[in-house]
Design a protein around this ligand. Sequence first.
Ligand code: ZN
Length: 376
Amino acid sequence: MPFDVVIHGGEVIHPAQNLRARRDVGIVDGRIAALEPALPLDNAREVVDASGKLVTAGLIDMHTHAFVGTDLGVDMDKIGPQTGTTTVVDTGSAGAHTFEAFRRFVIAPATIRILPFLNISSIGIISMLLAGELENIRYCNVEEALRCVGTHRDLIQGIKVRASGNVVGANGVVPVDLARAAAERVGRPMMVHIGPTPPDLADILLRMRPGDILTHCFTGHAQGPLDARGSIRRELLAAREHGVIMDIGHGMGSLSFEVAARMLEQGFKPDTISTDLHAYSYPHPVHDLPTTLSKFMALGLSLTEVITAATCRPAAILGLQDQIGSLRVGMNADVAVFALEEGTFEFVDSYGNTLAGSRRLVNTLTIKDGRVWRSQ
Ligand SMILES: [Zn+2]
């Protein structure tokens, strides 16, 4: 079979099939056509030499802000090809009244795959000067959200609500109730951001259902995931037990190395590791997704665990396990090549604390839908 591209000689990390071995990846017509110990190279149109490198499915970032033209938005088409990221979830940058512009002028022309959650506030996150898109509860309109999901059902993944004091103002947990109602009626998950209280984490978790996603789960804000003695809060353990998904969402205020170390010590590993990249977290302190994954290796997770948390697991959570997040034959040919650099590296969390690590993932090549994707 003549391949369009063969990625040759790399060490494939493919947690969906429990595989970590030297493999060639063959691509035809934008799909993975072969994953074998050795493929013929003679009639391949393009051969990528990946010897000495790691090869994974294109990374999936579960928390970003990709709506360029709003205060938070960053151009993920510039960041994606340099970081191995081929899919990003946009977490509520747009609401019902701004979604059409997001879709038409950003999502549709983008090379990167942008999968949006709709903000329960109809204005979305327009400006961080007044962070609170939920301070005026009249913007938080379930009917408008339902109408928007009805029009864009092919694209919208779920409903986002930012349930922190700086966003909800005096409205407490009411926006979470409204987001829950909207998510219920459209049959999609709700993603909840936590931060400064109120509302209290226990009140938020009570309203979450299996398949809902809690983002910023390792936040260092007061009354976060740990109780006063440093133990994981019971409500959080119960929510996870119940099927609530735990996402990192690093961002400018939501990853504390100290909290992370305590959580991991007690056996609580995140389901998905994401960046919360936006105009105030990029490049500092997040940098990018491979760096965020490297921070979690420095915290003690294995290479396979961090790759899982940014490929096949987010794909499964989104219900897209048959399209992305894996190098199985027939999947979309989204592939990332990384150098695993060894040395002494200093990583920084959202609060300026540092952590030394000995390994760092650095992207060297990205393929999206079967095409080698390089930015200008
Ligand atoms: Zn965010």
